[in-house]
Design a binder for this molecule. Structure first.
Ligand code: BV8
Ligand code: ZN
Length: 355
């Protein structure tokens, strides 16, 4: 039985030491990775942290006064669509100006090395960086959709891969105008009912409206809290999982607290998979907690740890680094044509049924 490998004692809080029995041996991990037939990865905001994108809980900067999860709901959008749009327009702007890091590239190469049945990456991230790292589309499932999908709040209209910045003239992201608008907007808890009378951050007629139904407001096409995950994506994930037992589950840069995404690590565990966590901070592993001696824990920056621990399978990455251009309306994923056709049918059905 290995001895505890990482003991945390943060003098500041005098927290009781957290022990982990997980292995930190890179060579043992690489042997397991090489022999694993089916590897599942669940990625979170920590994978993109080194690309300069704030993590979800740390959506700091000018948003430090706003609880990100309080803005990521349909209720928040109903209450103050302009404020929610500014939050997402800011994140679009940051993501478009960021670059994939070596962690994104290492996972893309692992996908190519293991093949479609050997490796599947479930991403909670909406930033588009894995796609730009040329991650094979069939092996990347966006559980919470994308910052670059725009859809109607009222009808089935959806536009995928819209990389315009600003996405609408009234959503130009420059620090001065944003800061001015945010300070003019109600207090950070402006989303509470008490502030119903507060003026909207941006007048509704200045916000983007739906070109299909003409009346609905356009909204970011991401999955908000309380909304179901894209059914087609879930079906594809479940089909992959159903085709064979998972041997190894990589939990990369995520607090694994948001469901049903976080639940996939429990599915992997029930199938007898070993768990390998890559995280800057191992004190809060959420659903990935309770690591055993057969599991692995690599504390550090995913952008540095992943090329290191995956190196044994993907080799040297230098030759693979090359970004995929973001072209408005470009299809980046296989099968998206199907999804798009389905969505178009929905829109046609909606208008056929409308008076
Ligand atoms: C739904 C998109 C039902 C938007 C996001 C049980 C089952 C099902 C649902 C629930 C359930 N219990 C509760 C729920 C409801 C809810 C939920 O899970 N709530 C939580 C708070 C308990 N779930 C939902 O609402 C989901 N929908 O279930 O619908 C339904 C069914 C039918 C019909 C109608 C409804 C939808 C959830 C999706 C929400 N959208 N994102 C946006 O981004 O704005 S969630 C968002 O937060 C992220 O996408 C991610 O999923 C999640 C957590 O973020 P992380 O990625 O983990 O990032 P975080 O900042 O938390 O942590 C960063 C980590 O990285 C840290 O560990 C840090 O240490 C580490 N790190 C930092 N730097 C580095 C690093 N690691 C490595 N290297 C570094 N450099
Ligand atoms: Zn519409």
């Amino acid at each position: 039985m290995s001895s505890p490998t990482s003991i945390h004692q943060s003098p500041r809080h005098q927290q009781p030491p957290t022990r982990s029995w997980a292995s930190t041996s890179v060579s043992d991990f690489q042997a397991v990775l090489k022999s694993s037939k089916r590897v599942l990865a669940l990625c979170g905001a920590g994978l993109s942290a080194s690309s300069g994108l704030e993590t979800f809980r740390g959506a700091g900067g000018m948003w430090r006064d706003y609880e990100a999860s309080a803005l990521a709901t349909p209720e928040a959008f109903e209450k103050d669509p302009g404020l929610v749009w500014l939050f997402y327009a800011y994140r679009r702007h940051k993501a478009l100006n960021a670059k994939p890091n070596m962690g994104h590239y290492a996972l893309a190469e692992l996908a190519r090395a293991k093949g479609e049945e050997g490796f599947m990456c479930l991403s909670q991230n909406i930033d588009g960086l894995s796609q730009r790292a040329n991650h094979p589309p069939a092996q990347l499932k966006l559980l919470h959709s994308s910052l670059f999908d725009i859809k109607c709040f009222s009808c089935p209209y959806i536009e995928k891969d819209n990389f315009s910045d600003p996405v609408h003239p009234s959503l130009l992201i420059d620090e001065a105008s944003i800061t001015a608008r945010l300070s003019a907007a109600s207090t950070p808890i402006s989303l509470s009912s008490a502030s119903a009378s507060k003026p909207p951050t941006i007048p509704l007629d200045e916000l983007p409206h739906c070109p299909a139904c003409k009346t609905g407001l356009l909204r970011p096409g991401v999955v908000w809290f309380g909304e179901s995950l894209p059914k087609q994506t879930l079906a594809e994930v479940n089909q992959w999982i159903g085709r064979g037992l998972i041997d190894l589950c990589l939990m990369i840069g995520t607090t694994a607290q948001v469901y049903p995404a976080a639940g996939y690590v429990q599915v992997a565990r029930m199938e007898g998979a070993r768990i390998a966590v890559v995280n800057m901070d191992s004190r809060e592993l959420g659903a990935a907690g309770g690591l055993r001696s057969v599991d692995f824990l690599f504390e550090g920056d995913a952008a540095r740890v992943l090329p290191d621990i995956l190196g044994g399978v993907v080799g040297e990455l230098e030759g693979f680094v090359g970004e995929v251009a973001m072209v408005n309306g470009a299809r980046t994923g296989e099968g998206e044509g199907v999804e798009e056709e389905e969505e178009m049918d929905e829109v046609q059905k909606y208008f056929a049924a409308s008076p």
